[in-house]
Design a protein around this ligand. Sequence first.
Ligand code: PEP
Ligand code: MG
Length: 586
Amino acid sequence: MSFTLHGLGVSGGIAIGQAHLISQATLEVSHMVIAPRLVEKEIARFEAAITRVREEFATMKNSVGNSPADIGAFIDLHMMLLSDPELSEVPKQIIRERRCNAEWALVQQMEVLVAQFEQIDDVYLRERSYDVRQVVERVVRELVGRPTNPSFKSVKGIKGENVILVAHDLSPSDVMAFKDQHFASFVTDVGGATSHTAILARGMGIPAILGLHNARQLIRDKETLIVDGTRGVLIVNPDVRVLEEYELKKGQFELERSKLRLLKTARATTLDKVKIDLLANIEEPEDVEAVLESGADGVGLFRTEFIFLGRGDMPSEDEQFEAYRKAVKGMDGRPITIRTFDLGNDKNLHSDIDEDRRRDNPALGLRSIRLSLSEPKTFQAQLRAILRVSKLGKVKILIPMMSHAHQIDQTLAALEQAKSSLRGERVAFDENIEIGGMIEVPAAALAVGMFLRRLHFVSIGTNDLIQYTLAIDRSDEQVAYLYDPLHPAVLMLLSHVISSAEKANIPVSMCGEMAGDPALTRLLLGMGLRQFSMYPAQIPAVKQRVKQSDISLLTPVVRRMLRMEESGRLQEQLERLNAFVPGVYV
Ligand code: PEP
Ligand code: MG
C-alpha cells in the first residue's frame, strides 16, 4: 500500500531506495533482580508505561485524520497487540515470579512471542512478529523514561547506495558514526531544521527529512521509499508511475547540481564588482576534500567537537594536533577558522557523565565556552593544539557562545597562557594568530561593541542566535514552524552586528545556516555582509546568486525591509527582491 508522509525537508534532493529501520537500542535492556518488597512497585511502573503507550496510540490514531485507512488499521493492530494479555499481563507474572525488572520481563515475553510467530507458515502472520517488536520497543522506551538514541551497533555493517535509514531520532553523534558509510538518505520522526543532525545531512550532501512524527512506526524494513528532501515529502511504496516521475526529477536535480559545479573556479563577485568571500563549514578533517571540490575560499567554521563525539573521553592535545594538522594541511594555505569545542547540549563526548550532568535546559546550561572555561586543563590542551598547527597554514581561532565581557577576557588570558607555555617549550606558533568570537546569543549581538573592542573578528551563528532570540529549541520539530530567520527581531540583531562591525572596521562573517540559503543571499548582501560560511555543497548556488546581484541596487530595498515589522510582509518583499533581475545572468 502506498502512502505519503510530510515532514521538514532539511536537506534537498531526491533519494529512491529501500528502508532500513534503525533499532532504538531499547531492546538491549538492563537485567536486574528486584527486591521482594519492590515487586509491586515494579508492576505498577510496568502498568503505567502500558497506559502511556496506549494513550500515545490513541493520540496518533486521532492525528492521522484523513490519511489512508491502512495507517489507522495499522495503529489499531498495535493497540490490539498492546492490550493482548500476552503482552500486558504475562510480563507482570514474570516480574512476580522471577523478580525481573519490568523491561527485562517484557523483552523475555517478547522473545517467546516472536519465536511463536516465526514458526507460522503464513507469511502475513509471520511478519506480525515485527509488529510485536515495535510495540515492545515503544513500551520499553517509556519504561526507560526518555527517548533513547539508536544503537550504533545497528548501523555498523550496513552499506549501500540505495539504503534509506529510518529512525525515531538520530543524534549528531549517531550521524557522525555512519558518516563515512554510503547511504542514500535518512528520515526521522523528530528534529528541527537547524538541529545539528540536519546540518550534518546537508554537509553530507544527502537528502533528509526530519520531524515526520510516526515514520519509524509506519514503515517496514525493505519497503521502497522516495525521499524528496526539498519538499519534505516521503512516499512509501510508490506505484510505478510515481516512481518514474521521481526518477526523472532526481535526474533533473542532479543535472542542476552538476551545472552549478561549473562555477567552481568562477570568482564570487557581484555585478557591481564587490568581491564576496564564500567559505565552508566542516566537521572533520576528511571534509576538506569537499571544501576544495566546492571552490570555497577557505574554511569559515571547523566544528571541532564533532571529531570526538560519543568516543567516551576527552582527546589529548596530540590527538587534536593530528586532526587539526590534517585539516590545515589539506587546505594548503587557504584560511581555516578552527572553533573551540562547542560541547554540551546535544553534543557530548561521554554520554554517561553527561547524562548525570544533564539539566532540564541543556541549551542554557554548561555548554560551549562555559564548559571550556570550567575545565581549564582541557581548554589549554585545545588552545595549544590549535596554536601548534598555526605554523602550518593560515589558522584563526573562533570562540563559541560568549555573552559576557569577562568570558572574552578570560578566554584571551587562557590563550596567552597557552602561548606562553609553548614559548617556554620553544614550540613554534603564529604569534599574530587572530581570535574571533561567535555572535550567537542576543546579549552578544546587542552588546557587540565589547567583542569588537577585544577581538580580531566576529562570526554570526544564526542557528543559535535565532534559537535564543525567539526562545525556540532548534532541535524540536513541534516548534519548528516558529523558527523564523525573517523575524524582525532577528533581522534587527543581524543588521546591528553587521553595521557595528563595519563601523569598527572589524571583519564580520556569518556561519549559521542562513549564510548557505541562496534565498537569503541578497538580503544579507544588502545588509552589508561580505563573508559567508556554509556547508560546501551549497557554495555554488550561493555563488550564482552573488554573481546575479548588484549591491548598490539592493541596499536601499533592504534598508526599507529592515523597517518592516511583520515576517509575512518581509517574506513577500524578499520574494520580490529575489525575482529582481538587475543585469545579466550567469
Ligand atoms: C550557529 O549557532 O549558527 C552555529 C554556526 O553554530 P552551531 O550550529 O554549531 O551551533
Ligand atoms: Mg551555535
